[in-house]
Design a protein around this ligand. Sequence first.
Ligand code: FAD
Length: 280
Amino acid sequence: MVDGFRPADLQEALEFRARHPSIPIAGGTDLMVQKARGFGLKPDFNKPLLFIGHLRKLRQISVRDGNIHIGAGVLLSELIINDKISEALKMAVRQMASPPSRNLATIGGNICNASPAGDTLPYLYAVDAKLILKSVSSERIIHIGKFITDPKQNTLEHDELLTEIIIPNKIFNVSYYKKVGQRKGMSLTKASFQGLADIKNSNVLDIRIAFGSVAPIIVRSREIEASIIGKPVSEINAAVPEILKKYATLIRPIDDARSSAAYRKRVSLRLLEDFLSKLS
Ligand SMILES: Cc1cc2nc3c(=O)[nH]c(=O)nc-3n(C[C@H](O)[C@H](O)[C@H](O)COP(=O)(O)OP(=O)(O)OC[C@H]3O[C@@H](n4cnc5c(N)ncnc54)[C@H](O)[C@@H]3O)c2cc1C
């Protein structure tokens, strides 16, 4: 049976969530595909749907304490045109799906779907995004890396909703994003790469490196980043083979319909090499 509830506001949504087992649905662009049963048949939802895509509280983008707060229900198309959103995130979002899908799909849905191929994720991991998870009686804030635990698995409680994504206030003067797919538009990700760096006087003040689609969850290593931070760019240029070797041990892609593991690994390391070459 497909049943659903369309709350008037966030409070009503959380109250419903507290009382009934339910499936939140925002744009439905992941859910409707996952639960489809074929032409003419109702999708296979085993719990009532809780419609949240229209909730105004989830649709806001604001700056608070210098950090950017993005409502979980903000559409991908809205991210692209909002001047508070960094060019780095826009670069990733512009390559997602198609304009009609981006007018339905939300950033919260991309996060909660927890796919290692989710295209907003490498950026969100790289900037240490935090998530606000609310229930009727509680609110918790956790790092995105603590929220997503495995492919399609997250730590959302049965009575919670993801309400906001917090992007820390931090400027990077080198920003690099590449998505590798079958074609330029409407392409499923074979591998994706996010690089961010803060370079001053040819020294690396900060660097963030995140790989998508090459392991069960997004790959980021604070240890390797720390080994790069504080060094002159010339020294990093000389250390590129060693850095690639370190990341090669962390990149563990699979063979699937989209690509082979060997291709994914090779192309991911080439993207890293290309990013490191741009630091100077
Ligand atoms: C044709 C097509 C192309 C696509 N291309 C891409 C692509 O290039 N890159 C990419 O990354 N993805 C792509 N996707 C996948 C999808 O569009 C995105 O992941 C999108 O961001 C999902 O958002 P949504 O609002 O539609 O999520 P929904 O389908 O509504 O929800 C997804 C999951 O998140 C949960 N959820 C949603 N919002 C909340 C919330 N606020 N709190 C708690 N749980 C929540 C739902 O219960 C569900 O489990 C594509 C999908 C299609 C159909």
